[in-house]
Structures are given as C-alpha cells and as structure tokens.
Design a protein around this ligand. Structure first.
Ligand code: TK8
Length: 360
C-alpha cells in the first residue's frame, strides 16, 4: 500500500476515532496476568530505590514484565525496595545504558544480547541466523548451562547479568518494496535496501551477505532515521515494530524470523555490591520470575502484533519454507566466518539444544 494512501487512511482513522465512529484500538492483546507473587517478606535491610532504563515503550512486554519485577520487590520487601522505570530509551540506548551501569549512574537496564557482545563475545551465538527456529529451542538455549556461563562471564565488567528473557524473532520491515527473497533485499535492477542493524558484527555480516547496505545504529535514533529516509528498513519483532510505532514509517514487512534475540536483565555491580545478601537473593529471584513472565507475554504478542500492523496498513509478506531456505542459504557465509570465532563447540551445543527441542 502506497504510504500516501496509508497516511490518508491513518488521518481518516484518526478523524473517525475522534468522532467516536471507529473501533477502539487496544494497545495490547489480552495478556496473561502475572503469576501470584510467592515467597515471604525479607528482612529489613534499609530502603533502596533502583532506577531502571528500558529501550521500549510502556505497552511492550519488556516494560510490563519490568513492572511485575518491581511489584515482586515491593511486596516482598514491604515497600522498602522500589524500582523507578524509565522507558522509551529516554535515558539512552542499550550501549549507553550498559555503560551507565558500569559507572554506577544507572542501577538496572534490559538490553538485547546483541550490543552486549563487546562484554561477552560468546553472546554472538544468539546472533547466528536461523540457529534457534522455535521459541522452545530459544528457551532451551537461554536456560542452558552454556547460557548461564555467559551471564557469569559479565563478572569483572561492572555489570551483573541476572537473567535472559525474550526480545523475540526478528522480522524485516522497509519502506521501499515487498521483500520475499534475498534478491529483493539486494535489488537486481535497483539498489540494495539500506537496513539499520543493531551494533553487532554478526548482524552487519548477515545483511551484507543478503546484499543490503547495513547501517549499525542505536535503537533510539531509528524512528527518525526511517522517517527521514536515512535508512529504508530495520528488523525487529512484530511487537517492537508495533509498540515503537514503526508502522507509521514502514510500508512493508517480511516474516523472515531470521534471528531470535534475547534480552538480558542487568544490574550495576556497584549497586549489587551495596545490597544486603538477602536483598541480592530477592533481586535475582525476581529477575528470573519476571524473565519467565516476559517470555510468556512476548509469545502472546507475536501473532497479535502482526495482525495489528496489517490493520494499520503494513503489507506483511509471509515466507514459505522454500523462501526461508533461500535466505538460509544466502547467509551461510556468516556461519563460515563467525562459528569459528564464537566457538564451534558452543554453536554445536546450541544446534543440539535446538534439535532436542524440536524432537520434544
Ligand atoms: C531496545 C533494543 C531493541 C533491539 C534493537 O532497547 O536495538 O533493535 O531489538 O529491542 O534492545
């Protein structure tokens, strides 16, 4: 759908809405309630206020699960531990907020694993394209011993990594053309798509292998870059494309599911070291509970967000097995380059976990 037509429809929709004639647009699906908060009240070790910076919007699974995290701490400390959440990248982007944890100017953040490979390079295993084809495989991988070793490997960086959660399956969106093949990305008689990537070398390699012109960029700059035509497209889960309003500047979506990205719930080592051991135990437990809830929310968002995007005018192309296979073949060079650098054993372990999840 041409973006001018879509913009007309949006204006029409807004007019109808203001006149009360259009249906109410809910901001999120009918989400599961968070699990009952279990566990007793911890001892009184003083009052603590934790400042947490998030990249995504208040309607995102990332924010909603962080509220649950805050509720657990509040209830089990009788209000002595409170969490102030700052969403929408208002305190900075993933890289900046991780640096703020290192200096102690921010207490917690919840970035994607991809921009954190500078701290723990093995995290790049999650960036290998099509490695984790299902949510079951991704959960097996995130809850594996190998994944825990990656969290532990943050020791000494000034960041304590508490738990993996779900950002989700990444999908391509763009404002130039429908894409259902690597040739559509590269453009045969037109230029290759300019695609924003996260600040991560494997993602850069993926889009180079597909013939795109990739541009690493902080998430907080992405909307205006697309609005101004600095980049044609980007890639994120449907729920992010919806809750960050990317559909306003992106006409086409392609269900590539090319990478499953985790989030990592993190706390500043300086903040952690100041907490009483009983508070530390509670924060760690609450982080894992919030991470499990976030995975549930994200799975509930997936298909609903795609339908919402189509209702808002995005033309979304679903890819069949042969079309996915063409993308998998085109990005094989990424494995040739990066599997040895990440560690063949770790890659093989994740492939084994993915196969065992598929067999269940
Ligand atoms: C939000 C980011 C975002 C990520 C990206 O802070 O940068 O595209 O997928 O969700 O972590």
């Amino acid at each position: 759908m041409h973006h001018l037509l879509k913009r007309t429809l949006l204006v029409t929709g807004a007019t109808l809405l203001s006149s009360g004639m259009a249906y109410a647009q809910t901001s999120k699906p009918d989400l599961s309630e968070p699990p009952e908060i279990e566990g007793g009240v911890v001892g009184d070790h003083g009052s603590v206020t934790l400042r947490m910076g998030l990249g995504l919007a208040e309607s995102s699974p990332q924010y909603i699960s962080s509220q649950y995290f805050a509720d657990i701490l509040d209830q089990r400390s009788e209000g002595r531990i409170s969490v102030n959440i700052f969403p929408n990248s208002q305190l900075g982007d993933d890289v900046q907020m991780m640096e703020m944890l290192q200096t102690g100017t921010l207490d917690m953040t919840y970035p994607s694993s991809s921009p954190a490979t500078g701290y723990v390079e093995e995290l790049a295993v999650f960036d290998l394209p099509f490695l984790l084809p299902t949510r079951e495989a991704a959960i097996e991988a995130m809850r594996s011993d190998a994944a825990q070793e990656m969290l532990d490997a943050f020791d000494g960086t000034g960041i304590k990594a508490l738990a993996f959660a779900e950002n989700g399956f990444r999908q391509l969106s763009n404002s130039a053309r429908e894409v259902s093949s690597p040739e559509d990305v590269a453009g045969l008689d037109v230029r290759g798509l300019s695609v924003r990537t996260m600040e991560n070398p494997v993602h850069l390699a993926i889009w180079q292998a597909l013939g795109a012109n990739p541009t690493p960029m902080a998430f907080g700059e992405l909307f205006s870059a697309m609005e101004q035509g600095v980049v044609d497209g980007q890639e994120n889960p449907w729920s992010t494309i919806l809750t960050s309003n990317f559909y306003e500047v992106q006409d086409y979506g392609s269900e590539t599911r090319h990478v499953y990205t985790p989030f990592i719930k993190m706390i500043s080592q300086r903040t952690w070291d100041r907490l009483d051991p009983e508070y530390q135990e509670l924060v760690q437990e609450a982080a894992l509970q919030a991470a499990d809830y976030e995975i549930q929310l994200s799975s509930e968002y997936d298909d609903w967000a795609r339908e919402q995007l189509e209702e808002r005018g995005m033309q979304i192309t679903r890819l069949n097995d042969e079309q996915i296979a063409a993308f998998q073949e085109a990005v094989q060079p990424v494995y040739d380059e990066w599997a040895p650098r990440i560690g063949e054993d770790l890659v093989a372990e994740f492939q084994r976990l993915a196969e065992s999840a598929a067999a269940q």
